[in-house]
Design a protein around this ligand. Sequence first.
Ligand code: AKG
Length: 350
Amino acid sequence: MALATSKLLLTDLASGIDRVPSNYIRPKCDRPDLSRVVSSDSSSIPLVDLQGLHGPHRGEIVRHIGVACRDYGFFQIRNHGIEEGMVNGILGTAKEFFRLPESERLKNYSDDPNKSTRLSTSFNVKTEKVANWRDFLRLHCHPLEEFVHEWPTNPPCFRDVVGEYCLRVRMLVLELLEAISESLGLEKNCISNNLGRHGQHMAMNYYPPCPEPELTYGLPGHTDPNLITILLQDDVPGLQVLKDGTWVAVNPIPNTFIINIGDQMQVISNDRYKSVLHRAVVNCNRERISIPTFYCPSQDAVIGPAGKLIDDKHPAVYRQFTYDEFYSKFWDRGLRTECCLDLFKVSSAS
Ligand SMILES: O=C(O)CCC(=O)C(=O)O
């Protein structure tokens, strides 16, 4: 077994080793077991075509989205209106960033989760016992003008390309939130109006090739603590979603995004929609980049089940809390398969 490593970042280390360092090796009972993963087809993760969302077929598309949120918590979208050039631009910029010399990348390094722009590795290096096979750059992106000046300036196009993408993804999210509100029988602005000033964060995840992918994770199973996630992945498979007890590999489809319901949406929907476990696995041959946009309430927003979704048959499952309270509990606990939501149930003692 290779020795443990104490390097700050994984990317350069990974290119020179043929065994996984011991601090990345999961206990036997907690490994990916890739032989039991099934491959996605359109029946395991729905593919929603957004063409016509603003036309006469809106009702049908909204229903499709509602079923996907209820039964899967995950869906893919096509005809979403984000140009292919913009998507290739951000993927290329992320790749260029992670190929910069380590000394250049390290200018952005921090292990403090409260920093609004930071490069780090794994998930939470301060608390976790086993590291994950991932480096990541995390950026706060809304309102853009409050954060863009903190972002990397290398590659030189970084701020322009990433800033444009963030604004465009935000427009898409707002459209999806309207559709999801409608699918729950709520006013179309209901969800959006309950998020305070709104928040938007992005991660650029970089998973280097891994000599022994069966021993470790890019990211272990977790649900997202935010409201909704818009995931862009390159053409290398790695994302897996838990469906009826089986891990399903979501193979990349060109020009699509993957949408998943986060914990806050599960709360607002009073458990009608599910925040679902997902994970990222790595492979021997190819680096992989994924770029999730985490759309969230602002820290001071008060979250709870929507009033219209509470009645005698559906009592409130969750108490009200601020997103700040939720997020700090999520972060302190680390990535665990038990969902942090249980701590906020009306029936919970804590
Ligand atoms: O890389 C992926 O496909 C998943 C990323 C993810 O789940 C995350 O960043 O929270």
